[in-house]
Write a protein that binds this ligand. Structure first.
Ligand code: PMV
Length: 329
């Protein structure tokens, strides 16, 4: 029997949502992307339990894992939703050479399935909560374990979502060069609009791949435009030129439309945001519905943009860049 060295019986961790400001889809083929964590979080509470089972409860799915047996408590598609979190929790225990039951509770204020990184945030917070039941948490290790578990959901994942959720702030990422922190000279006033249409990242990535294979020349032209937009955006962030940043978001949206990953409802939200005064607006993430982001010139403008989106019956909220990333305790 394994002896436990638990430092506590209950632990809590919270990890933020993310947005992709520039470069989604093109990042899959080696281009840069700029991501940021935002002030919406998933909070996970982990408690030791005596029965050796792992129970996970969230607003969308609840179930109990006993070895390879799953018992549904609530929700549709619950096993598939919870399996990566279960895997992440088990791996964390096994790295600590612990064998115990767990009760895990997940509370989220991140809309899910729309590209705001709720899966990555749930994984980061779950690994951190379980790990901190046993000992001191190392953020780098937490991130690596979360990325490993994320590959169950999206096997070619770059790991960027987990990275930005763990460390917070804004990052410039490319497959070849990895992650670099980006500093914005000014505060960004952002609005997130939710089309309410859940997307499947894997399917959208495949549809872009088909487009690329059918027309290599045109695709490489789009790649070079996207790279250029990302690099200009980095300079605009560094110098605090939000007007230029907004314009670059609009240009990025045109490229995503060329890839066929935008959606009629996302286009409507983008249009409403721009008419309400956004400096720029685009889809964020894989597209096919999902969420849009809009950049406002001020807090006041972001309020106007969010309420304009709500007026057409869609979800919207104001957001700020989160600088904390993962918070334990
Ligand atoms: O799953 P989402 O909506 O956050 O989008 C992922 C971003 C893509 O560039 C489309 C895919 C990827 O792995 O980078």
């Amino acid at each position: 029997m394994t002896t436990t060295s638990l430092t506590t019986t209950k632990a809590r961790a919270a990890a933020p949502a993310k947005i992709i400001l520039f470069g989604e889809h093109f990042v899959v083929y080696g281009n840069p992307a700029i991501l940021a964590s935002i002030n919406r979080r998933i909070t996970v509470t982990a408690k030791r339990s005596k029965d050796g089972k792992v129970t996970l409860r969230s607003d969308i799915a609840s179930g109990e894992f006993d070895g390879s047996t799953f018992r549904l408590i609530e929700g549709t598609n619950a096993r598939a939703t919870l399996e990566p979190l279960y895997y992440a929790a088990r791996q964390t225990l096994s790295e600590r050479k612990e064998k115990l039951g767990l009760e895990i509770e997940i509370k989220s204020d991140i809309p899910y399935g729309v590209g705001l990184g709720s899966s990555a945030a749930a994984l980061v917070a779950t690994v951190a909560a379980v790990d901190s039941l046993i000992g001191k948490v190392d953020r780098k290790k937490i991130c690596e374990s979360a990325v490993e578990a994320e590959k169950i959901i999206h096997k070619n994942s770059s790991g960027a979502d987990c990275f930005v959720s763990t460390f917070g702030g804004m990052i410039y990422y490319s497959k070849g060069d990895g992650f670099k922190k980006v500093e914005s000279k000014t505060k960004l006033f952002l609005v997130i609009g939710d089309t309410g249409i859940k997307h499947n990242t894997g399917d959208l990535v495949s549809s872009v791949r088909k487009l690329k294979e059918a027309n290599q020349m045109a695709f490489s032209g789009l790649m070079s435009q996207s790279r250029d937009i990302c690099n200009q955006a980095l300079a605009a962030l560094n110098s605090g030129n939000t007007d230029h940043l907004g314009m670059l978001m609009n240009e990025n949206q045109l490229l995503l439309e060329r890839l066929g990953v935008s959606h009629e409802k996302a286009d409507d939200l983008i249009d409403v945001a721009r008419r309400a005064g956004a400096l720029g607006a685009k889809i964020t993430g894989a597209g096919g519905g999902g969420a849009i982001i809009a950049l406002a010139a001020s807090k006041e403008d972001s309020e106007i943009i969010a309420s304009a989106i709500k007026t057409i019956g869609q979800g919207a909220f104001e957001a700020e860049i989160d600088t904390k990333g993962l918070v334990v305790g």
